[in-house]
Design a protein around this ligand. Structure first.
Ligand code: KG4
Ligand code: ZN
Length: 362
């Protein structure tokens, strides 16, 4: 299990690799332009005061990758180069502001595909240089949390942040905005990856998460008995045995309805995530559970986590569905919180495809 705690602001400068920290540089009127290009969405957004989303534009490359059944890095980088200028222009236009009103430019510096990340990082640094405003490198994982806090900026700490995306499944203890400790994670597949793999096996369209969510509404979630791995064993999770169990069951019972399989699989994933989140929340005395990442858009996960929180007296914070999947509003928001702490990233900083949560920006 990883154990990362963000450095205090006094020590952050060195871990940021030439970045500077100092007095707060952000207030309620500060406008941040956010740029996100870590995977297959080209996104730009304008956010004021950390939570007021003036615009959020997402250009998905889904169609370009769909026929390959997954994201092709070279295609992603090229599509970002071609699309980003229009996406940024549209974000400024929809926000109805002139570019000269931008006070800082934030971009995802990792984790993600390195070629894709570099497109956004280069564009953001160039824009910051031209406008003579700060550049802020943002951790994509941290930004998923800020998607949840957009609607609930006053959510209370200690907070359990449950990050469930295509690449990550993390249970994170947060005692404050800049303090992260990973207390549980998947030992194999990420939750979104499990959704995508099972969907592909069932012949459902890519990406699999939304397709399984939809099929589940038509299926019976008790139709197939599936395992809940490691349920009473610490805070880590495992989804690869579940995926194998689905495959074995369908091969042995080819007449089973795929809606029933989808519903049973979704129920198993949600049971595990909610059970582990409750256990983790109890362990850290959480006042809040915040959900983030693409899988946080899942209907059953949203309703079951909310129900569990109500039963345990813990407030559950969910991002709006459009803010669950990758977008740039969450990047601009995370950037604003960094700027508020006086954290600015040096213009010679690069991208880090393996960036960890709370591990600084390089
Ligand atoms: O956060 P995200 O947009 O990208 C990463 O940073 O990984 O998450 C994408 C993942 C995909 O695996 C997708 O299948 C899953 O989120 N997803 C869902 C739903 N919507 C998206 N999984 C379950 N139910 C959904 N409704
Ligand atoms: Zn993401």
């Amino acid at each position: 299990m990883s154990d990362f705690t963000a450095p205090s602001s006094a020590t952050t400068a060195s871990s940021l690799g030439g970045a500077t920290t100092g007095n707060s540089m952000a207030d309620a009127s500060t406008i941040v332009l956010g740029i996100e290009t870590s995977c297959d969405e080209t996104a730009a957004a304008v956010v004021m005061g950390g939570t007021d989303v003036l615009s959020s534009v997402v250009a998905s490359q889904l169609d370009e990758h769909a026929r390959f059944g997954g994201v092709v890095p070279e295609i992603a980088s090229r599509a970002h180069v071609e699309t980003l200028p229009q996406v940024v222009a549209e974000a400024l236009e929809r926000a109805n502001i002139d570019v000269s009103r931008v006070d800082a430019v934030a971009a995802t510096v990792g984790p993600g595909l390195v070629g894709a990340l570099l497109v956004g990082v280069s564009a953001a640094k160039a824009t910051a240089l031209v406008l003579d405003v700060p550049f802020i490198g943002v951790n994509h994982l941290e930004a998923h949390l800020y998607a949840a806090l957009l609607d609930e900026p006053h959510a209370q700490f200690p907070m359990l942040f449950v990050l469930v995306s295509g690449g990550h499944t993390l249970l994170v203890e947060m005692t404050n905005h800049d303090s992260y400790r990973v207390i549980g994670q998947t030992i194999d597949d990420a939750a979104g990856e499990a959704f995508d793999k099972v969907a592909r096996f069932l012949g459902l369209p890519y990406p699999g998460g939304p397709a399984i969510d939809k099929a589940s509404a038509r299926g019976k979630d008790t139709a197939v008995a599936l395992p809940r791995a490691m349920l009473n064993d610490g805070l880590d999770v495992s989804f690869s045995g579940l995926k194998t169990a689905v495959i074995n069951y369908v091969r042995a019972n080819p007449a089973i309805s795929s809606d029933d399989v989808a519903a049973s699989f979704q129920r198993a994933v949600v049971d595990v995530l909610v059970h582990k989140a409750r256990r983790a929340a109890r362990q850290i005395n959480a006042k809040t559970i915040a959900l983030g990442g693409g899988v946080a858009a899942n209907s059953l996960l949203r309703s079951e986590m909310t129900r569990a929180g109500a039963a345990d007296g813990i407030s559950v914070v969910l991002p709006s569905r459009e803010m669950c999947t990758d977008n740039a509003a969450m990047i601009a928001s995370a950037g604003w919180y960094r700027l508020r702490r006086g954290e600015v990233t040096a213009l010679d900083a690069g991208a880090n495809p393996n960036l960890k949560l709370g591990a600084g920006q390089r």
